[in-house]
Design a protein around this ligand. Structure first.
Ligand code: 3HC
Length: 290
């Protein structure tokens, strides 16, 4: 099946990024979110990021402006879920990392999308099978896990659950390549490849800070200069969002209570409770308000 129309649910950091790379690859894209304010924020983010990408691609400003108009023109945004569902060949779900909300959306999609449509979740930690099971088309459901910032990070994990058909998996792999990413095929295991390795590392850095072993600045400097990572763990936590990391960790802790790597962190919990979510709220491990 040829994918032409892509609908992305969610206009946050990840959703907007997925919309951008899909439109840039030539797909007609519909972005759906629950409030116009969220959509406006997503469109603003896409506009700024796309301009940044095109400024580098074209020496001539007129060429950059012309391509901007073409790519931006492929994007439609709506608060109507029904409008987003109708006519979609591929739906990519990038809403809040909450199983109840996601299951409710997948049920709605199953009832309102064309029967040929395939669905992919951008979940960072939830099992794809738990989303597929509320639909009558689990063979047409897989995962597409992108990385932040989506226009820059070159990977997408393509997740195949036991029920995902070979055709669906192949279509998702093709889509991932079409949007310019290196695809890695993953099983439906907690955190797939990247987050299964990354999240325990990030949380161990938080524990290191809690124990007073080193300062946030020194932990980051150590990993950047000692390992050549573009960001240290505290900076990356702020970049990804402390709430997102907590959602992931809490979910895994509930599912695997005996796994020490997934144990909650009091410091992370406190910062999230105080609304210190990282860059998006202006403060996390670092202060961005200055
Ligand atoms: N849109 C478009 N382009 C962007 C961009 C954006 N949002 N953000 C950065 N860029 C481009 C810049 O234009 C620049 O391009 P150039 O080098 O060709 O001029 C390049 O990216 C580097 O940007 P900056 O110079 O502004 O800043 P840095 O050199 O510090 O790079 C970074 C920023 C790309 C974010 C880099 O620090 C990095 O790679 N950090 C690690 C990010 C990471 O690990 N992401 C994965 C998180 S885990 C995840 O997402 C999974 C989830 O499930 C939790």
């Amino acid at each position: 099946m040829e994918i032409k129309n892509v609908t992305v649910f969610g206009s946050g950091l990840m959703g907007a990024g997925i919309v951008q790379v899909s439109a840039h690859a030539g797909y007609n894209v519909t972005m759906v979110d629950v409030e116009q304010d969220f959509i406006d924020g997503g469109m603003k983010r896409i506009s700024a990021s796309l301009k940044r990408v095109l400024r580098k691609k074209h020496e001539n400003k007129d060429d950059a402006d012309a391509e901007f108009e073409t790519v931006f023109g492929r994007i439609k945004a709506t608060t109507s879920r029904k409008e987003g569902a109708e006519g979609a060949d591929l739906v990519v779900e990038a809403i809040t990392e909450n199983i109840d909300l996601k299951q409710e959306l997948f049920k709605f999609l199953d009832e309102n999308c064309p029967s040929h449509a395939i669905f992919a979740s951008n979940t960072s930690s939830l099992p794809i099978r738990d989303l597929a099971k509320v639909t009558g088309r689990s063979d047409k459901i897989g995962g597409l896990h992108f990385f932040n910032p989506v226009p820059v990070m070159r990977l997408v994990e393509v997740i195949k659950s036991d029920d995902t058909s070979d055709n669906t998996h192949a279509a998702l792999m093709t889509f991932g390549e079409a949007v310019g990413k290196k695809t890695v095929s993953c099983k439906d295991t907690p955190g797939f490849v990247v987050n299964r390795l990354l999240v325990p590392y990030l949380i161990e850095a938080v524990r290191m800070l809690e124990r007073g072993d080193a300062s946030a600045e020194d932990i980051d400097a150590a990993m950047k200069l000692g390992c050549g990572y573009p960001m240290g763990p505290m900076g990356l936590l702020d970049y990804v969002g402390l709430d997102t990391t907590k959602f992931i960790l809490d979910g895994w802790h509930e599912a695997y209570p005996d796994e020490d790597l997934f144990a909650p962190s009091k410091l992370l919990d406190r910062l999230v409770e105080e609304g210190k979510l990282g860059r998006k709220s202006g403060e996390g491990f670092y202060n961005y308000k200055k």
